[in-house]
Write a protein that binds this ligand. Sequence first.
Ligand code: GLU
Length: 285
Amino acid sequence: MPITRFAPSPNGPLHLGHAYSALVAHDLAHDLARDAGGRFLLRIEDIDGARSRAGLADMFRRDLAWLGLEWDEVPAQSTRLAEYARAADWLRDEGLLYRCSCTRAEIAEDAASIGSASTAPEGPVYGGRCRRDGPVAGRAVAWRLDTARAIARTGPLTWTDALAGEQPARPELLGDVVLVRKDEPASYHLAATLDDAADGVTLVTRGQDLFTASHVHRLLQALLGLPEPRWHHHPLLLDAAGKKLAKRRNSPSLEDRRAGGEDGLLLAAQLRLQRFPDGISLGTP
Ligand code: GLU
């Protein structure tokens, strides 16, 4: 039976899109198989030290309880830095990572000059400057995955999304992603992949905006000898203009709704029936 998770980052309050995502993950684990070993996990993805704010994780727990959800909480990312560092060391020793000193501006410049589309959650696909020329001496470095070399090592891979079916893994769509950031011991890709394996997640449930990230995560699983889960990328909540709901931008936070006296159980029921307020609809931005 599935073990699913909701893995919010404490960099802003949760909104309706998060509530929907948590409900989908919860119901995939529980309502179909309450007594059959399904589990719904909460993992706080607080690796982004600069942006993560203390207190938000508590707010998230209050939000989920208000929606009537029960969960098992697994260790937050900030407690797992040593595991990320170990995996990064191994990848480095295997010659699969290289140093990158590029600034955001340089990456954007190179991407524009080769007409690369931005698909990665963290920005434009990397043009490969430091893979070819090495890093600039004296600058802080991140470590990037040499994706072509990694693919040559694993051979062709596939992965399965519950809604979209079997996918050929195409990590090259995101290029040489950062696995160890300049300021943190891991990036989202490395941390989330290791955590899902450590937490025993069998059905990675999240929004379609992270669909392409799963190509990279599948590659990392194969490199690191981690078990292969299934994925469920659900459609996103879009505002009346068709834009993805964003923290603080176009939808009140769950906390504001709660403070305004809204009934969380009723809201959860409406989200489950896909009856959304404020002109919001489900779709792909
Ligand atoms: N922490 C990510 C976020 O809040 C979600 C990551 C995931 O579900 O894999 O957007």
